[in-house]
Design a protein around this ligand. Structure first.
Ligand code: DHB
Ligand code: FE
Length: 287
């Protein structure tokens, strides 16, 4: 059976991709952020996941404002990237795992989450930048991925609690997948940032650190927040933390933070990197 072994969460700012393209990882501005990925590489080396389920929000590449699914799941064996206008080099296609995708879709739909299923899907910076951070060019190749999107762009947005429950359903679906494999989760987005309006540039360190504590020890406190409360405390794009909330919902049993780093600013954003170990309840009972 498939097993969720843990998760990684990180911000997905496009200029991180720009810094990678220009080889600026050691520049003083970028070094503290990129250095936080050494422990991520060690964790991946040690735990060797077979597949990664990536929970993120699309910013207008595969969906647009005229048609914006609340929850979408990629169901392909390959995902292309394209130019979004950030000046980033287009990345080569990423491998999918359509068998796991359809298993997640079937099981999550059976729990009344009415998904959009995407047999063709382009993955934007919120997918490719974190994947580049996890598997930098010149190192090991990225493992196959299942992309899952949560609308964090076009209101009305799903409630954070709904995202948590969506994550729980994803977790149950993964754990009932009959293939013997190790699954890692990757949540991208956040933390606090606002890119437009009179509060453009708003970052709330105190709230971000609170989120990083609660996501481990009391995720329901985060899930209880309303979308409006998150916008007030974390800025209008701070709602991307819903991807983190869904990722946390997918884990149960013993969840601990193996690594945690907060660094500001990363462009306009409270930049955060976390690694979570997960010993599911079944594994604990068997010990
Ligand atoms: C930035 C952050 C994002 O999450 C995003 O999608 C685009 C830009 C930023 O901080 O610049
Ligand atoms: Fe974003």
């Amino acid at each position: 059976m498939a097993r969720i072994i843990g998760a990684i969460a990180t911000s997905h700012v496009p200029s991180i991709g720009g810094a990678i393209a220009k080889g600026q990882q050691k520049d003083p501005y970028w070094k503290p952020f990129f250095d936080a990925f050494d422990p991520v590489h060690e964790w991946l080396d040690r735990n060797k996941p077979d597949v990664i389920v990536v929970i993120y929000n699309d910013h207008g590449l595969t969906y647009f404002l005229d048609k914006m699914p609340t929850f979408g799941v990629g169901a392909a064996d390959s995902y292309t990237n394209a130019d979004e206008g950030w000046g980033l080099p287009v990345r080569p296609p990423y491998k999918g795992d359509s068998e796991l995708s359809w298993h997640i879709i079937d099981n999550v739909m059976a729990e009344d989450f009415d998904l959009v299923t995407c047999q063709e899907m382009q993955v934007d910076h919120a997918f490719v930048v974190p994947m580049q951070l996890l598997w930098p060019d010149g190192g090991a190749k990225p493992i196959p991925a299942v992309p899952i999107t949560i609308n964090s762009i076009q209101h009305p947005l799903p409630r954070p609690e709904r995202c948590y429950k969506f994550g729980q359903a994803i977790g149950r679906a993964i754990e009932s997948f009959p293939r013997d494999c190790k699954v890692a989760l990757l949540a991208t987005g956040g933390l606090s940032h606002q890119l437009d309006g009179t509060r453009a540039g708003f970052i709330n360190k105190e709230f971000d650190l609170w989120c990083m504590d609660k996501i481990v020890n009391d995720p329901e406190a985060l899930a209880k927040l309303s979308t409006k409360e998150i916008i007030e405390k974390a800025g209008s794009q701070g709602v991307e933390v819903m991807c983190w909330i869904a990722m946390r919902g997918a884990m149960h049993g013993l969840v601990s933070a193996a690594f945690s780093k907060y660094h500001i600013p990363v462009s306009n954003t409270g930049g955060a990197v976390m690694i979570f170990d997960n010993q599911p309840a079944m594994a604990l009972a068997a010990e």
